[in-house]
Design a protein around this ligand. Structure first.
Ligand code: C2E
Ligand code: MG
Ligand code: MG
Length: 737
């Protein structure tokens, strides 16, 4: 409680709104400025008035003394020289004029009448016999004493007299009262007064008034004084008016200035408030769709989920994850601008389908989430149905009519997870299960979690591996049975996941298809394989390279461009590239696939139907497609040496291929018997572990000189040992050693 004043003030101020603080400060400032201005201006005006009044009083005194002196020297001296002169009773005496002192009194009466009250002066003296010119009031008494104090007896030279003054403020207003010494200035003046003082009537008057009679003056001694009175009221009123006007101007300028400052402050505050709100909005919302972002979703979930609450009292929160199907293709095929439009439309549809049942957020890419507090499982099932219906409606964008799907999964707090991060993860797992299965919407199932989690982790790892180009390619040779020469290699993708180690290509290829990474993966393999093949061809090995395509690559309009690009960048002739497509791939969308295959075929690239016979073989498409090779599935080859049925199928297929003008490759040759049989029926090409396993480029590079040719020996001439000599890896054992 004993906080320092500064802190207490800060604490108090922090509770008051900024606007109120600024307004209060401005008002206080105006009051202080007004007071200070008033005091300073009033003071300086008083001093000016005082100075001017004193100057005027001095002038009047000097003027009066000069007038008396002129009168004395011009009029009185002249008359004296004519035998006449000045007399106290001049009115009754012929040829006499009043004494100079009487002249001064008359002058004072006259000026008082004429100057309209601007000032008054009158001679006064302690010795004056006329009572109205004697010492009458307290000012005169005080001032006369001040003058007497400056007086000296028998001075030898004129004394330096300092006038005595005071500004009185009474009922009559402000008035300057000023008393200036009027000493005995000339011998005639001294004589006149000394003579007068000796007169019996004067002596009697002095005694009567209690003053010591017979005073005799010396030259320059204090004889009398001239009192000036100047009323200051009028000039003070004028000054007050000026002060008021000045003050009003100062106040006006100050208030205008303060208003300006306030305006700037408030405007700036309003602007920064708006900017803060905008920043807060951007921090919590996705810029494309305007929906809350992952951060906003997580903070909402954090608010809803209180891990410390008793389980029974916990409010149920259902979190659904949504991932659009096929969106990647839209983006890749029609470009990001169109993709953004479709995404915005899909976001609006999801938000409308959810309405006020929950918070819809965009997590990034084509992933959304919906947090639904207090909703039942049935209710969420219904909402999921509405979302699916809305998202599945066609999208009319820039003249295209596009279709999207959606995979959804949901998890329940507190049943499935007790924290926000766990709930997010569980919903993601549930969504992943939908994505990989046929259902549009799945609830989180703890039993399938482990698998799903590893898929989720793998998804991120695969994305990173593709981004960092960390996928490997192994190459498996393909031989012409007739010549025994290696005709080409098949490029097979290899990936070691950081968390799971070696992942079979079937697994990560289908993962890449599901998470929309297949295009990047294919591009990576195509680029690596064509570059490598070019190097082998440069080294004198006339090889072709076969690259496997996914169904998705064929449904994507960008494939022809991708092929053109990699061929251009590697410098490999198009004829040296063979693209392997599976039957299933072709059958999903025969027309579209045919179109894309034809475009690529026009570049000079050959196609091979991979794993022929593994799916629902339809002979009709073989005719339509621009393929040049048939790769019989290894299921028929592996045991062909021993299985009569397989032998029949293989023979029939070879006949079919030849009739259609296609070359046939038997893949999965694992033993000499199979190879023998294939040779006996004049199969075109063979590929299999018996001849050579898939090898890393560097390893194949090393072995190429030894394995580029295997000896096509007739069955009867072939000893088992010799067959084995070509070894599992196709390397003649003695040389390889
Ligand atoms: P595929 O295109 O039919 O490739 C041949 C597969 O058979 C390879 O399996 C190869 O190692 C294996 N193989 C070769 N000779 C023998 C043999 O004598 N016996 C046995 N049992 N197997 C043999 P792998 O490398 O595991 O690839 C499996 C499938 O994954 C491939 O089948 C292909 O469909 C797919 N795949 C591999 N790499 C890629 C790729 O880059 N892109 C795409 N889209 N798919 C790929
Ligand atoms: Mg293949
Ligand atoms: Mg195959």
């Amino acid at each position: 409680m004993n906080l320092p004043i500064g802190r207490r003030l800060a604490a108090t101020l922090s509770g008051i709104p900024l606007r109120v603080q600024i307004t209060a400060m401005c008002c206080s400032f105006v009051v202080v400025v007004s007071l200070v201005t008033w005091i300073i201006v009033s003071r300086s005006q008083e001093q000016v008035i005082q100075f001017e009044a004193l100057k005027l009083a001095d002038i009047v005194v000097k003027q009066a003394a000069s007038a008396r002196s002129a009168y004395s020297s011009l009029a009185v001296s002249k008359l004296k020289s004519d035998g006449l002169g000045a007399s106290e009773f001049s009115a009754d005496e012929h040829g006499h004029i009043p004494l100079p002192a009487q002249f001064l009194k008359n002058l004072s009466y006259r000026s008082q009448q004429d100057n309209n009250g601007l000032f008054s002066f009158r001679p006064i003296s302690k010795w004056n016999l006329a009572p109205e010119h004697g010492i009458q009031d307290s000012f005169q008494e005080w001032a006369w004493q001040q003058l007497e104090a400056q007086n000296q007896r028998s001075p030898t030279a004129p004394l330096e007299w300092t006038p005595v003054w005071r500004i009185s403020d009474d009922d009559n207003g402000k008035t300057l009262r000023y008393l200036s010494a009027d000493p005995a200035a000339s011998p005639s003046c001294v004589n006149c007064h000394n003579v007068l003082e000796k007169r019996p009537d004067v002596i009697a008057k002095r005694i009567a008034s209690g003053v010591k009679p017979g005073n005799q003056w010396q030259l320059h001694e204090l004889l009398g004084a001239i009192e000036i009175t100047i009323p200051l009221d009028r000039v003070a009123a004028l000054a007050r008016e000026q002060t008021r006007d000045g003050l009003l101007i100062v106040l006006g300028i100050t208030i205008i200035g303060l208003c300006g400052v306030c305006f700037i402050v408030f405007y700036d505050a309003a602007r920064s408030h708006a900017a803060t709100r905008k920043l807060a909005f951007h921090a919590n919302h996705d810029s494309l769709t305007g929906l809350p972002n992952r951060f906003a979703l997580e903070s909402t979930l954090n608010d809803l989920i209180n891990p410390s609450e008793d389980k029974l009292r916990k409010q149920q929160v259902i979190l659904a994850f949504l991932d659009l199907d096929n969106f990647k293709q839209v983006n890749d095929t029609l470009g990001h601008e169109t993709g953004d439009k479709v995404l915005t439309m899909a976001a609006n549809r999801i938000a409308q389908a959810v309405a006020d049942n929950g918070l819809v957020a965009r997590l990034g890419g084509d992933e959304f989430a919906v947090a639904m507090p207090g909703k039942s499982v049935e209710h969420v099932n219904a909402i999921a149905g509405r979302i699916a219906d809305a998202v599945n409606q066609p999208y009319e964008v820039e003249g295209y009519r596009l279709s999207l799907g959606v995979s959804m999964g949901a998890a329940i707090y507190p049943d499935h997870a007790c924290t926000t991060s766990d709930l997010l993860r569980c919903a993601d797992v549930a969504m992943y299960i939908s994505k990989n299965g046929s259902a549009e919407f799945s609830w989180y199932d703890p039993d399938s979690d482990t698998n799903a989690v590893s898929n989720l982790v793998m998804k991120d790892e695969l994305r990173e591996a593709i981004d960092k180009q960390e996928l490997d390619i192994h190459y498996q040779p393909k031989y012409c049975l007739k010549t025994g020469q290696m005709t080409g290699v098949e490029a097979l993708a290899r990936w070691n996941s950081p968390s799971s180690g070696f992942v079979p290509p079937d697994v990560f290829i289908s993962l890449a298809e599901h998470v929309g990474l297949i295009n990047e993966l294919t591009r990576l393999i195509l680029k690596g394989a064509t570059d490598q093949c070019r190097q082998w061809r440069d080294a004198g090995y006339e090889l072709s390279v076969s690259v496997n395509l996914s169904a998705m690559n064929l449904h994507d309009g960008t494939l022809p461009d991708m092929i053109r690009e990699v061929l251009d960048s590697s410098g490999l002739p198009a004829s040296a590239l063979i693209l392997e497509v599976t039957e299933g791939t072709v059958m999903t969308n025969v027309d579209r696939t045919c179109e894309v295959l034809s475009q690529v075929r026009n570049l000079g690239v050959a196609f091979s139907v991979d794993d022929y016979g593994a799916g629902y073989s339809s002979l009709s498409y073989l005719n339509k497609l621009p393929v040049s090779e048939l790769k019989l599935d290894r299921a028929f080859i592996t045991h062909v040496g021993t299985s009569e049925k397989d032998a029949v199928i293989v023979r029939a297929t070879l006949e079919l291929a030849h009739n259609l003008g296609l070359s046939m490759v038997a893949e999965g040759v694992e033993d000499a018997a199979a190879l023998d049989f294939l040779r006996s029926i004049h199969c075109d090409q063979v590929q299999g572990y018996f001849l050579c396993r898939p090898l890393p480029a560097r390893e194949l590079d090393r072995r190429l000189p030894f394995i580029r040719q295997f000896k096509p020996v007739p069955d009867s001439e072939l000893e088992p040992d010799q067959l084995m000599q070509t070894g599992l890896d196709g390397v003649p054992q003695s040389k390889a050693a």
